[in-house]
Design a protein around this ligand. Structure first.
Ligand SMILES: [Zn+2]
Length: 250
């Protein structure tokens, strides 16, 4: 790094831009998943209504089938009753009466079943009402959530392109070897190449910095890398003077 003065201010700005960009990129990449979650809630609500309606349709079909079975059996009874007038023997008569009684019993059982199915239909209709109401109440709100997420996406994208523009303007002003050092550390260290020194410690890994090194970092005469995490150490002088001002005002 000899010969070229280290431009800490620009490196710090670069790190701040990169941090902001990393955060925005992470938030942006999460938005499709969040939208999908809301969409699946909308779908779950409408599926609930659709399933209940399907059950009602099945119930109606079942009742129709039972009713037509009853109708057939009633026709059968009428037929048997007509035959009663035509039988010749007592035995035939008795057996026909038995036939009629059995058929009538069957009709009674089926009619009971129809009533049961009618009660089920009432329950299903209530279910449909409840599910439709839930759908109606939630849909508006969920659609608003989606549009809020889309708006957030747009504003993040706008912010991102602004930051990228600032970065484009900043980078050419940084001496090349310093930029390369920054980039190679950032690549290895999760995008964070710089570490602020706070109270004699590297703020990223908490290593205590030797006093002699501390002075050189403080006057920014030379680049020092943290001996533990390998990041470029720096003092934030603006922060320091603010803290000092706070101290003296107490
Ligand atoms: Zn460190």
């Amino acid at each position: 790094m000899d010969g070229v003065e280290t431009d800490f201010e620009k490196l710090i700005q670069l790190q701040e831009l990169d941090n902001a960009l990393r955060q925005i990129t992470a938030e942006l990449s999460d938005i499709p998943r969040l939208i999908e979650q809301v969409e699946s809630k909308i779908k779950a609500d409408s599926d609930l209504v659709a399933r209940s309606k399907e059950r009602l349709a099945q119930n109606q079909k079942k009742r129709r089938d039972l009713e037509s079975e009853v109708k057939d059996l009633k026709a059968q009874v009428t037929k048997y009753k007509r035959q009663l007038n035509e039988v010749k023997t007592n035995k035939e008569y008795t057996s026909l009466l038995k036939e009629i009684q059995e058929t009538q019993d069957k009709i009674d059982r089926l009619e009971e079943k129809i009533i049961e199915e009618l009660l089920v239909a009432d329950e299903i209709e209530e279910e449909i009402r409840t599910a439709s109401l839930k759908q109606k109440n939630e849909e508006e709100h969920l659609k608003q959530e989606i549009s809020a997420l889309n708006q957030r996406k747009q504003s993040l994208e706008a912010e991102k392109s602004q930051l990228l523009k600032k970065k484009e303007e900043l980078v050419p002003g940084i001496p090349k070897p310093q930029l390369q050092l920054y980039l190679s550390i950032a690549r290895k260290r999760g995008g964070i190449a710089l570490s602020r020194v706070i109270d004699e410690f590297c703020s990223m890994c908490q290593l205590r910095i030797r006093p002699q090194m501390l002075n050189e970092i403080r006057d920014r005469s030379k680049i020092h890398l943290c001996e533990s995490c390998g990041r470029i150490l720096y003092f934030d002088h603006s922060e320091e003077s603010r803290e000092e001002a706070e101290e003296s005002s107490r």
